[in-house]
Design a protein around this ligand. Structure first.
Ligand code: AMP
Length: 400
């Protein structure tokens, strides 16, 4: 974040899309806290900050009369807590762009913070509308993007607005820099062996990622619901486990590709199976080629835990995406927990570990192991797309 901030207004895109309860109280402020280093650094360098973010999907959840449910989606709900977190009395503008926003922005003194209303109250945001982006751009002298979670969207405030700033007037914030740096540790010259651990519900969600992984990993561990498609494709009986019938050929193709590329694929040898999709179902341990009809695999079994543990322990770089089982149910969370603990142990022994995307992030937080791995991405879909090798509009707009 090498910009000159003294006496400048920094227009900063943050991801303040935080969960609120029915009383509009913030139930998890992680995203706000992650943006603090950037905000504080700008203030310390003598600048002021104009913050913009989206919150929820206001244009998808209109009131019965077709108007925006301002009360539900207003960023005003965040003003008090943001003031507490920053130690600065945050000003709030009830519009995102326009005369009032311009006047309030022009009035800012160094050290002050202005929070604009929800960017998604405006049709132009998701469309990446140029006029709307230009109206946003006049609210700052420099532009900083610290919203990695929306970097894969070519929206007005995340990408298009950057076109209105010269190269030396725009930058990533610290969070965005950290996300890119850590993803690149896996993608560019990683220490080997490099092991990707993929899990979660469906092969179809992860096809691009799996294909891309085959290009550069040494080992690919596949767990979770998506493993059963691979067993069924190889002639196994997987009972009522999650299977994507239309992905059987693709699964075989991926196995063939892996072989051709010399990538070791580790599928779970056994599963904890259940006679019902419920925490209190009857359960048993079974080989994944012989799951009886009426039973389904809901977690990896003890042999798989041991085998996966060995591969993880021997790895120097680890990338984990997706849980090993239905970790939301305590009786089927053991495999995910073991893998998380093995990753933490390998990290302690010197490996670099990146936890990227959705539910593995939730799992590592639930297990309170976030501090025991190298980096936990805030990125979700953006991190997945980055790892898949796609150009993210939010990154391209700054690097451009
Ligand atoms: P994803 O968002 O693709 O990472 O998928 C995460 C979801 O996959 C979680 O909600 C898990 O409960 C679910 N999941 C993991 N393993 C299984 C399984 N064996 N059967 C059904 N769902 C699973």
């Amino acid at each position: 974040m090498n910009l000159e901030f003294k006496d400048k207004r920094a227009l900063v895109r943050v991801d303040f899309n935080v969960p609120l309860n029915e009383n509009f109280e913030i139930t998890d402020d992680t995203r706000m806290r992650k943006a603090l280093p950037t905000i504080k650094a700008i203030l310390e360098k003598g600048g002021s900050v104009v913050l913009m973010s989206h919150l929820g999907r206001p244009l998808k959840k209109l009131k019965d009369d077709g108007s925006i449910n301002v009360e539900k989606f207003t960023l005003k709900h965040l003003v008090g807590h943001l003031s507490d977190l920053t130690g600065v009395k945050v000003k709030f503008c009830p519009e995102t762009v326009g005369g009032q926003a311009e006047a309030m922005s022009a009035d800012l003194r160094p050290g002050e913070i202005l929070l604009l209303e929800n960017t998604r109250f405006n049709n132009g945001e998701k469309k990446g509308d140029k006029d709307f982006a230009e109206q946003l751009s006049v609210l700052g002298d420099v532009y900083v993007n610290d919203a990695f979670g929306t970097a894969h969207r070519a929206h007005a405030s995340t990408a298009v607005v950057a076109d209105f700033f010269a190269k030396d007037k725009k930058s990533f914030g610290f969070l965005m820099e950290a996300e890119i740096l850590n993803a690149n540790k896996v993608l560019n010259n990683p220490e080997r062996p490099l092991t990707a651990i993929s899990g979660g519900a469906k092969v179809s969600d992860k096809i691009l990622l799996l294909e891309r992984m085959l290009e550069f990993v040494d080992n690919l561990i596949i767990g979770g619901g998506m493993a059963y498609t691979f067993f069924k494709a190889q002639g196994g009986n997987v009972g009522n486990s999650l299977v994507e019938e239309d992905k059987l050929d693709l699964a075989l193709e991926l196995l063939k590709k892996a072989k051709a590329k010399g990538v070791k694929i580790c599928l779970p040898e056994d599963s904890i199976i259940a006679d019902n999709f419920a925490n209190d179902a009857n359960s048993a341990i079974k080989s994944n080629m012989e799951i009886p009809d009426g039973w389904m695999g809901l977690d990896i079994g003890p042999k798989a835990v041991e085998e996966f543990g060995k591969v993880i322990a021997e790895s120097k770089t680890l990338l984990w995406n997706g849980p090993m089982g239905v970790f939301e149910m305590s009786n089927f969370a053991g495999g995910t927990k073991s893998v998380a603990e093995q990753i933490a142990k390998a990290t302690k022994n010197g490996a670099f570990s990146l936890i990227g995307g959705g539910d593995s992030v939730a799992a590592i937080n639930q297990l309170e192991l976030a501090d025991d791995v190298s980096y936990v991405s805030t990125g979700g879909g953006a991190m997945l797309e980055f790892l898949e090798g796609k150009d993210l509009p939010g990154i391209a707009a700054i690097e451009g």
